[in-house]
Design a protein around this ligand. Structure first.
Ligand code: ZN
Length: 490
C-alpha cells in the first residue's frame, strides 16, 4: 500500500441542484479523482427519510477498492468540501483570555470547517502592517489544527501618516492577506474606527491591490449619540442597546459604502449584514453594477429581538449589530437564496462567560457569539432541510463562494481533482441538540442552547488527514498541523 493514498468509499456528493451521486473519492494530500457509481444522479427527495436512505443503500452494488488505496467507509453520508468561515476572531495573540487558536480551530474542525480567515482587529498587535503580520503568523504557526488565512486591517490610528499607511496596505497584500477590514464604529482602543473620508481614502489604496475592503457597517454618530443619551438617564437595558444600533444605523452606513464603492470602484464587502433595509439598498446597488457584496451569520437568520426577552440567553445573544426582527430574518434567507448575499460566516467571538457575560448592565456585557462549530450543521438544518436553500446553494455558501471571493480557490472550496483534500462528512439523517457543555471553543456558551439541528458533522479532513471525529474531545491532529494559506493570484 502506497503511503497516504486513500479512497472515501460510499459517499454521497452534490452534483447540482438537489441531485446527488454515489461516489468514490481518491485522495492523498489533494484530491486525485472522483468516480461516480450511479448512471443517473439521485434526487434528494428520494433519500429524505431514513427508510428511503437505507433502502437506497441496499439497492446499490458494492465496490472493490484498488489494493494500493486505503479505504475509508463513508457509510452513504454526504461528503462536502470542508467549510470555510471567512469571518472569525480567534484572538491569538493578545486576547487569549477570551479565545485562542487551539480551542477555536478545534471547534471549527468539529463543526466541519477546515479553513478560517482570522480578523485583524482582535490580535495584539493588530494586523495592520508587515511586522505585525509576521508576529501573528509566528504566534499562530504551531497552534491550529485546521488551515487558516488572515485579514489585514486598517485602523483609524494609522491615518496620522498617509504615506506609511499606503505602504502598509501594499505590503500586507504582498504578504498574502485575504482582504482588508475596517470599522465605521469600533469599541477597540487598539483598532479604531474610520471616518467616511478615511474610509474613502482606504478604499482607494486598497483598490490598487485588487483585494476587497470589508467593513463593519453601523453609522457612528447615531450609535454613540443614542448610547450617551441612554447612559445619561441610566438606561442599561437590552432595549437601549438595540435602539442605539438600529436598522437606520446600518442602512446609513451601507448607503455610505455603496457611494464609496461607486466612486472608487474598489470591491467593498459588508460584514454581518442584519437588516432588510440594508439588504434592499445592497440589492439595488448590485443591480447598478456597483462592486458591493455582503455576508450574514446564523444568529441573524435564527433570532429576533424577541429572544432578548429570555434571560437564559439574553447576554449570550449580544453582538454588534444586534439581531433585528422577523421581516429582517426572512429577508436575509431570501438574500441567500437569490444571490444578494455572498456567503454565511459566524463572526465567531468568544469570551469567558462567567467574567464577561453576566452583567446586569447590558452596555457592559461583552458582545460576541462563538459560533464556528455550529455554522455548517445550522445551514443544512435551517436552510437545506427547511427548503430555503438547495443542496448546491448550501454548499456554495459554506465553502465555494468564500474560497472564490478570497482567492483561496486554487486550493480550497470544491471537490475537484488537484484541490486540497479538505472534507466534511455530514449525517443528514440524524439530529443533534446544541449544548454549550459540548462545545470545543474556550468559552462554552451559546444563544443556540437547546436548539435541535437535522444535521451532524461526523468527520473533518484537512489535506488528506482526519482532523476531527465526532464524539471525541480532542482533535485527531496536533496543533500546528494547520497551515497558513495565502491568497492566490488567480
Ligand atoms: Zn467580526
Amino acid at each position: 500500500m502506497q503511503k497516504g493514498k486513500k479512497v472515501f468509499t460510499n459517499v454521497l456528493i452534490s452534483v447540482g441542484g438537489n441531485r446527488l451521486q454515489l461516489a468514490e473519492v481518491f485522495f492523498g494530500e489533494t484530491i486525485e479523482r472522483i468516480e461516480y457509481r450511479l448512471s443517473e444522479p439521485v434526487e434528494w427527495e428520494k433519500l429524505v427519510s431514513r427508510d428511503q436512505w437505507k433502502k437506497f443503500q441496499q439497492q446499490v452494488s458494492h465496490v472493490q477498492t484498488p489494493a494500493e488505496y486505503q479505504a475509508v467507509d463513508g457509510h452513504f453520508l454526504l461528503l462536502i468540501p470542508g467549510g470555510i468561515d471567512p469571518h472569525v476572531h480567534f484572538d491569538t495573540p493578545g486576547f487569549e483570555f477570551r479565545e485562542d487558536f487551539e480551542h477555536a480551530s478545534t471547534a471549527a474542525a468539529f463543526g466541519g470547517v477546515t479553513t478560517i480567515i482570522d480578523m485583524p482587529c482582535t490580535s495584539l498587535p493588530p494586523v495592520t502592517n508587515r511586522q505585525n503580520f509576521s508576529t501573528k503568523l509566528e504566534a499562530v504557526r504551531n497552534r491550529s489544527v485546521i488551515d487558516f488565512a488572515f485579514w489585514g486591517g486598517v485602523s483609524g490610528t494609522d491615518f496620522g501618516n498617509g504615506a506609511l499607511l499606503h505602504r502598509q496596505i501594499r505590503e500586507l497584500a504582498e504578504g498574502g492577506v485575504a482582504g482588508f477590514k475596517a470599522y465605521f464604529v469600533s469599541g477597540m482602543e487598539s483598532f479604531t474606527d474610520l471616518t467616511v473620508a478615511q474610509m474613502e481614502q482606504a478604499a482607494r489604496w486598497i483598490g490598487e491591490t485588487g483585494l476587497p475592503l470589508a467593513v463593519h457597517a453601523e453609522e457612528k454618530s447615531l450609535v454613540r449619540t443614542r448610547e450617551e443619551q441612554a447612559r445619561q438617564i441610566g438606561d442599561t437595558t437590552w432595549q437601549a442597546y438595540c435602539q442605539s444600533r438600529d436598522v437606520l444605523a446600518e442602512a446609513v452606513a451601507v448607503a455610505q459604502l455603496i457611494e464609496i464603492a461607486r466612486q472608487t470602484a474598489t470591491p467593498i464587502h459588508v460584514v454581518h449584514l442584519s437588516s432588510q433595509r440594508a439588504l434592499t439598498l445592497l440589492r439595488r446597488a448590485r443591480e447598478e453594477g456597483i462592486p458591493i457584496t455582503a455576508e450574514t451569520c446564523p444568529h441573524y437568520l435564527f433570532f429576533t429581538q424577541q429572544n432578548f426577552e429570555n434571560p437564559a440567553i439574553r447576554n449570550f445573544l449580544k453582538t454588534a449589530p444586534p439581531v433585528k426582527f422577523e421581516a429582517d430574518r426572512e429577508a436575509l434567507w431570501q438574500g441567500l437564496q437569490d444571490g444578494t448575499l455572498e456567503f454565511v460566516t459566524t463572526d465567531h467571538a468568544g469570551c469567558n462567560p462567567e467574567e464577561e457575560k453576566t452583567s446586569d448592565d447590558f452596555w457592559d456585557v461583552y458582545g460576541g457569539i462563538p459560533g464556528v462549530e455550529h455554522r455548517v450543521p445550522f445551514l443544512f438544518s435551517e436552510g437545506f432541510w427547511k427548503g430555503r436553500l438547495s443542496l448546491e446553494r448550501t454548499i456554495q455558501l459554506l465553502s465555494e463562494n468564500p474560497a472564490v471571493f478570497f482567492g483561496l480557490n486554487h486550493r480550497k472550496g470544491r471537490l475537484s481533482p488537484g484541490r486540497d483534500a479538505d472534507f466534511a462528512l455530514l449525517n443528514l439523517w440524524e439530529s443533534q441538540t446544541i449544548r454549550a457543555a459540548e462545545m470545543h471553543s474556550k468559552g462554552r456558551y451559546t444563544p443556540f442552547e437547546g436548539v435541535s439541528l437535522n444535521a451532524v458533522v461526523e468527520q473533518s479532513w484537512v489535506r488528506g488527514r482526519l482532523v476531527a471525529q465526532r464524539g471525541n474531545e480532542t482533535a485527531a491532529v496536533e496543533p500546528g498541523y494547520g497551515q497558513f494559506v495565502r491568497r492566490g493570484t488567480g
